[in-house]
Design a protein around this ligand. Structure first.
Ligand code: GRF
Length: 198
């Protein structure tokens, strides 16, 4: 079984949806660890309620950056993690982690990258920018994480059509629904590539 670590900072709806697909038997993998910089976010609370190991790591838990990186790498090692899945993780990953897991760290971004990516493009900022640019479509990008944010190799994308009357909130809702139906499928493909005998 492929062992997944989820990294999330907030609501955790993507994490919950991936976990549900595992429970339903659609995705043959195991979420072994949930890592967050926020000890009281929904993602961490849900992990605890479901007996999934958690790691809270932030400047509050370890002020020193080197120690934070070491604790993060050690915990990932101890849990024998094969794949790291970012799902709304708001902190930059240490370069040591990115180098240690080439092509084994993925992220979901709620736009059709390279459009609406990069600095300040997170949360509702993205959907507001999409509406302002009068785009007739938006969507979801799953990509590998490399040293430059939102610039890692794109693995797959899913589009949603937009209506001229859509508000940023409407776009957010449409895109999130696609995130939930799409992320687990991409993860399933990657798990299969990592271990085709499963
Ligand atoms: C999602 O829109 C994801 O694309 C982005 O952060 C958001 C996380 O939402 N990277 P949730 O915490 O999974 O509900």
């Amino acid at each position: 079984m492929i062992k997944i670590a989820i990294m999330a900072s907030g609501r955790g709806s993507n994490f919950k949806s991936i976990h549900q697909h595992i429970i339903d038997g659609h995705l043959k993998a195991e979420i072994t660890l949930v890592i967050s910089n926020n000890s009281n976010c929904d993602a961490i609370n849900y992990a605890k309620d479901n007996n999934i190991n958690t790691l809270h790591i932030s400047t509050k838990t370890h002020y020193d950056e080197k120690t934070r990186t070491k604790v993060l790498l050690d915990t990932i090692n101890e849990n024998n993690i094969d794949l790291i899945v970012l799902a709304g993780y708001m902190k930059k990953l240490p370069i040591e982690l990115i180098r240690k897991f080439p092509n084994k760290i993925i992220n979901i971004h709620p736009s059709l990258l390279p459009k609406f990516g990069g600095k300040n493009m997170y949360g509702m900022n993205i959907h507001r920018a999409v509406v302002e640019a009068k785009e007739n479509e938006s969507g979801v990008t799953i990509h590998f994480v490399n040293e430059n944010y939102d610039e890692g190799q794109i693995i797959d994308q899913a589009k949603v059509s937009l209506d001229p009357s859509d508000s940023a909130e409407d776009v957010a809702q449409k895109v999130l629904a696609v995130e939930h139906s799409f992320y687990w499928k991409v993860i399933a493909k990657i798990c299969n590539d990592l271990n085709p005998t499963l």
